[in-house]
Design a protein. Structure first.
Ligand code: PLP
Length: 430
């Protein structure tokens, strides 16, 4: 498949037909194990002399199609499907950082990722140094000899300010540090590899699926990072791995292409921690990917219309949307999101927490859920739900004011979306 267009790759990359039956749709290979052709074949697979199916905890042909398809759409070389977005973020870091090492991460993160970095990885001896994403040089200042990874989200909510991918990736490349981008909120709209990121990860639970049926995650290797050039900075890929007969991944994997990072993740972390994607969920994500480009266009169009509508309402004091920023944040939107700004919109409602609750209770079309990226429109009032355990000062630091409402605008007809928002705003104003 030679196309560069995501619409075409989403339908064709990684699969033509089933070699056994000629089936056009990707089958669900719901099997734990795969029969080896011979003792030699088995030994070759285990020795990585040949790539092929062994056991579904480590690889599966249905998941393989999803991995190839998303890698192609991202402009990367290979990918690894995982059980959730959380496992994808954890693996993206654990693949390079060990106890005593650190990572530098943007402060503007999904709460689950924040907890993973600030608490669980800390307990494992890996320190996360959080820095302000509006200042790319902050990443350089927080770096020392034990920094292994830079980490950020392309379009973090609630602030919805695009991350300076190219600026931070360039700083990292000077040090030999890869930038891992969580692109969950902006598939299709942003391709972080085009801006110099080395690794992309997704919670496929969100837009990649779109149908809201399945939890999953994926890590994509850009194949664009010279691990070998930084042996001291990246020991995990440049020193013998005792768990694989002393393999040095940057060397051992060379004949297979620039896939050292992702292959090591598959055959060590996935082998040992077992957070694999089920073939059934991979099948459902493949159904989602087929329409991803169309959906992202439509989500972006509807969300923009919602943002413009809210900006004109007297019950709304502020609209948070990439097209409604000013100053440096607006420049970031123009640089990174010229073809659509995604489906998320935030706004502040007059009347604070109480008005926020009344607004949510009055919604009829929007679902009240903690998710984003569904084809259906979703809403939440973070101050009384996702962020309620934080103090007001902490809430403000993350960008959540008492009257802040987050919308994940879906694919319903825009007239129905605006009608629901309009009646709920009126109800909230009492
Ligand atoms: N990253 C982002 C930006 C998210 O919004 C989420 C989930 O909300 C995750 C990662 C974690 O993904 P999952 O819920 O699939 O584990």
């Amino acid at each position: 498949m030679t196309s560069k267009h995501p619409e075409t790759l989403a339908l064709h990359a990684g699969w033509r037909r089933d070699s056994a039956t000629n089936a056009v749709a990707v089958p669900i290979y719901q099997t734990t194990s795969f029969q080896f052709d011979s003792a030699e074949h088995a030994a070759n697979l285990f020795g990585l002399k040949e790539l092929g199916n062994i056991y579904t905890r480590i690889m599966n042909p249905t998941t393989d199609v999803l991995e190839k398809r998303i890698a192609a759409m991202e402009g990367g070389v290979a990918a690894l499907g995982l059980a959730s977005g959380q496992s994808a973020s954890a693996f993206a870091v654990l693949n390079l950082a060990r106890a005593g090492d650190n990572i530098v991460s943007s402060t503007d993160l999904y709460g689950g990722t924040w907890n993973l970095f600030a608490n669980t990885l800390k307990d494992q001896g890996i320190e996360a140094r959080f820095v302000d994403p509006t200042d790319p040089e902050a990443f350089a200042r927080a770096t020392d000899d034990r920094t292994r990874v830079y980490y950020a989200e392309t379009l973090p909510n609630p602030k919805l300010i695009a991350f300076p991918i190219a600026e931070v990736a360039a700083i990292g490349r000077k040090f030999g540090i890869p930038l891992v981008m969580d692109n969950t909120a902006a598939p299709i709209l942003v391709r972080p590899f085009d801006h110099g990121a080395a690794v992309v990860m997704y919670s496929t639970t969100k837009y990649i699926g779109g149908h809201g049926t399945s939890i999953g995650g994926i890590v994509v290797d850009g194949g664009n990072f010279d691990w070998e050039a930084h042996p001291l900075r990246q020991p995990a890929l440049n020193t013998p791995d005792p768990s694989y007969h002393g393999a040095v991944w940057s060397q051992a994997v060379k004949p297979l292409g620039p896939i050292a990072y992702i292959l090591k993740m598959r055959v060590t972390l996935l082998r040992d921690l077992g957070a694999c994607m089920s073939p059934f969920n991979a099948f459902l994500f493949i159904q989602g990917v087929e329409t991803l480009a169309l959906r992202m266009r439509e989500h972006s169009r509807n969300a923009r219309a919602v943002a413009d509508f809210l900006a004109a309402r007297k019950e709304v004091t502020r609209v948070i949307h990439p097209a409604h920023h000013t100053g440096a944040a607006a420049e970031r939107s123009a640089k990174y999101l010229p073809h659509g700004q995604g489906g998320l919109v935030g706004f502040e409602i007059v009347g604070g927490t109480e008005a926020g609750r009344r607004f949510i209770n009055a919604l009829q079309l929007f679902y009240h859920v903690a998710n984003i990226g569904d084809s259906r429109s979703l809403a939440i009032h973070p101050g009384s739900t996702t962020h309620s355990q934080l103090t007001e000062a902490e809430q403000l630091a993350t960008g959540v004011t008492p009257g802040y409402v987050r919308l994940s605008v879906g694919l319903e007809h825009i007239d129905d979306i605006l009608a629901d928002l309009s009646q709920a705003l009126a109800a909230a104003a009492g």
